[in-house]
Design a protein around this ligand. Sequence first.
Ligand code: AMP
Length: 230
Amino acid sequence: MMPEQLTIALSKGRIFDETLPLLAAAGITPAEDPEHSRKLIIGTNRPNVRLVIVRATDVPTYVQYGAADFGIAGKDVLTEHGGDGLYQPLDLQIAQCRMMVAVRQGFDYEQASRPGRRLRVATKYPDIAAAHFAAKGVHVDIIKLYGSMELAPLVGLSDAIVDLVSTGGTLKANRLEAVEHIADISSRLVVNQAALKTKYEWIEPIIQAFARAVSGEAVSGKEDHEHPAD
Ligand code: AMP
């Protein structure tokens, strides 16, 4: 017997936009654009498949507790969350960027991060930042921020920031420069482990369709007629 409902957790913006072609490859089309709707639950062309729109940092939590069967989250968010109870079968290679250490242009980072010195680091990613500097043996005071990290070094809140860099435009506009690469980041499919078992017939074909779309394989017309979720 088919379960009643499949719930997918997504965040608005870049992840949502870049997920649309993947959903399309799995035969799923959202009924509304969350950018222009205040609804937090959005239906799809498939009667039993719905999307819940949550903050990017909350996606792993919704999936971990089974409020969503699966979701899409950045590796930055997943690393910081810890990934407990989540099956991560697929790197979707979307929302690609880099986790970097950045400072004010001209700031002597070499000197400031020498043994015996203490570096003040502002970030939304305290665990990733702490692990990075611990591995280098650099003492740091981590200052947790929730946004606009680029401001911190400009007004003396911190010496450095740990943030995501895509084009580098934001750093440049704020006269900051990247001095260290921590990790390459992209978004992953995260699946609730219990749902993977109980809703396997629904979820597995979607994972397969996503995998084919990511690897650039043409989606065969055959799948269009096979919607085990309906
Ligand atoms: P950019 O100016 O293109 O280097 O983008 C940098 C800004 O966008 C920073 O504020 C980042 O926090 C944010 N950003 C870049 N890429 C991503 C991503 N994949 N996910 C979330 N935020 C991002």
